[in-house]
Write a protein that binds this ligand. Structure first.
Ligand SMILES: [Mg+2]
Length: 284
């Protein structure tokens, strides 16, 4: 895939990673490779859109040979490789080889809030920034190298709750008073502000269409979980990938919605194979 776009693509694919492009259990994307090749040949960019960090996404993208933009930390930020777009969009900052568009306050803001709350909730929680990589690896089940990539966050701060549920509810309400929109995950409580994958997807589609003075850029979103709902509702074409662990996310829409049968990357390839002929017919 070229690291620069010279013409407006006809469509863009926004894809969740875990359980969608990557198999839930094995993290393999093998089954999706033929469909990825077809998208490359049609010059359709594939934009990973995930809860993962920049460091984690970069590692996965190099395995799949993707080098375009990506949406990370659940839509809190977009990373656009330098030189990918003809012009630098408004409101972006340089960060190494990327332009970063942020939709959320930086992690440091929540670290400050948590430091303040640690007086009221002494020894009742511990946040990522206070843990060693070894401890994060133990709690996440990742190896130390992957735990280091997962800990390299720009926006939200994961917190391990150590006290009772009643105290956790008090903690959550104090966080909300301070402007956070905390999310309760399986292992951690994620302290960040309201942001979602859909909002970030729309920003990128609009920016690219504007830079090429066009409005015909179609968005195709693929996801398997509840954190994909916003992008699945907002995309021109939505694909719900079956998961071996979650029910299909509930959506309000029923138009331009595909429900492939295959799990993970198998369903991903199935959906792309059925969408591609429509695209070449409609837009070319
Ligand atoms: Mg997923």
């Amino acid at each position: 895939m070229p690291s620069q776009i010279k013409d407006l693509p006809k469509a863009m694919v926004f894809t969740d990673l875990d359980g969608t492009l990557l198999d839930h259990h094995t993290y393999s994307f093998e089954a999706a490779l033929p469909a990825i090749d077809k998208l490359h040949r049609e010059h359709v960019p594939i934009v990973p859109t995930t809860s993962k960090t920049v460091s984690e996404v970069k590692q996965i993208m190099s395995r799949i040979s993707l080098d375009g933009p990506f949406i990370f930390e659940n839509g809190a930020g977009i990373a656009i490789p330098l030189g990918y777009l003809p012009r630098m969009p408004d409101g972006c900052e340089h960060d190494n080889d990327f332009l970063i568009k942020s939709f959320a306050p930086p992690r440091q803001q929540w670290q400050g809030v948590l430091l303040e709350l640690s007086k009221t909730f002494k020894n009742e929680f511990v946040s990522f920034s206070d843990m060693t990589i070894t401890r994060i690896a133990e709690l996440t089940g990742l190896n130390e190298k992957d735990a280091e990539l997962a800990a390299d966050r720009k926006f939200g701060e994961p917190v391990k709750w150590l006290s009772t549920e009643a105290r956790r509810n008090e903690f959550l309400s104090m966080l909300k008073d301070k402007g956070a929109e905390p999310l309760i995950g399986g292992r951690f409580l994620h302290v960040s502000s309201a942001c979602n994958k859909g909002m970030a997807m729309q920003w990128l589609v609009r920016e690219i269409a504007q830079q090429f003075h066009q409005t015909t850029l179609l968005s195709i979103a693929l996801g398997d979980g509840n954190n994909d709902v916003d992008m699945l509702e907002l995309a021109d074409i939505a694909v719900r990938i079956p998961s071996p662990v979650n029910p299909r996310p509930q959506l309000k829409r029923s138009d331009n919605l595909l429900d492939p049968k295959g799990i993970g990357p198998i369903g991903w390839a199935e959906a792309i194979d059925s969408i591609l002929p429509m695209l070449t017919k409609k837009v070319n």
